[in-house]
Design a protein around this ligand. Structure first.
Ligand SMILES: [Zn+2]
Length: 276
């Protein structure tokens, strides 16, 4: 993807809008055209999150401006938000800034997340596809075997994910009491969408691992609908196992209101608190 959604239409703004409609109506028209809203300035929190993203993926990302994420190959992605919509609509088609809103409590104690707190679950697809691959074949070219406590699993070597999982495995192997939760893994790479949604799963990029399903809790299996109130969190996975993943850059689906406790994905931009 070249340029940003909002950037590409900015020249439409002045003439037609200021003349007849007034700026507000005009801006609504433009955001309707682009689907994303880059109108407001970045907050300090936005800037910090963008910097963390750049630091986490140095092979691809170079920096940020007040409007764009800059890639080393010259690509610019707009730091924009999806227009106001429901929780589900925003998850289905977020802007990059919506992804950067995540406040993931890395290496903190485990507890039930607040209503709709799903840090890391909002993913700007273009970012991931540009790094890991936009097709199954493109992703597959980067998959490497990882010895997961005696089971061979395939994980992408992009961004160092495979070697990171090997480091997790070495630590988990020193805790025999965790083995029952860790193996067999229920899967790593699979080019698929998140069940029941148009969203591409991080399993598609070979940058996620599901642990033993026998211990898993998943909101949808428990009969909840996405976005409903009263989802009751439950979890069997040990905090030490979770934090071992987090120290190596993997976030856990058990920290989501929409819990998915066997799921870990490589998101080093969200786990820096483990090292501060
Ligand atoms: Zn998963």
């Amino acid at each position: 993807m070249r340029g940003g959604y909002a950037l590409s239409v900015r020249p439409l703004l002045p003439a037609r809008c200021l003349r007849a409609l007034g700026l507000t109506a005009c801006w609504l028209a433009v955001t309707g055209l682009t689907g994303l809203n880059a109108a407001r300035a970045l907050t300090p929190a936005d800037t910090r999150a963008a910097a963390a993203l750049v630091a986490a993926y140095p092979a691809f990302l170079q920096g940020v401006t007040d409007r764009d994420l800059l890639w080393r190959d010259g690509t610019r992605m707009a730091l924009a938000r999806a227009p106001a919509g429901t929780y589900t609509q925003r998850l289905d088609a977020p802007g990059l800034l919506d992804q950067l809103d995540a406040r993931y409590p890395a290496c903190s104690p485990l507890s039930a997340p607040a209503f709709l707190a799903d840090p890391g679950r909002t993913r700007f697809t273009a970012l991931f596809q540009k790094m890991y691959g936009g097709t199954a074949a493109a992703v597959r070219a980067h998959l490497r075997p990882v010895d997961w406590l005696g089971q061979t699993v395939l994980v992408t070597d992009v961004n160092g994910a495979a070697s990171s999982l090997r480091a997790v495995a070495a630590e988990v192997a020193r805790h025999p009491e965790w083995r029952t939760y860790a193996v067999p893994s229920a899967g790593t790479f699979l080019w698929r969408t998140v069940a029941g949604t148009p969203r591409r799963s991080v399993h598609s990029y070979g940058a996620a691992i599901d642990l033993h399903t026998a211990h898993a809790a998943y909101w949808a299996w428990d009969g909840y609908r996405e976005g409903e109130r009263g989802v009751r969190w439950r979890n069997a996975f040990p905090v030490g196992l979770v934090q071992t993943f987090e120290r190596h850059g993997w976030i856990w689906g058990g920290r989501w209101y929409h819990y998915d406790t066997m799921h870990f994905e490589y998101r080093p931009e969200l786990t820096r608190a483990c090292h501060s």
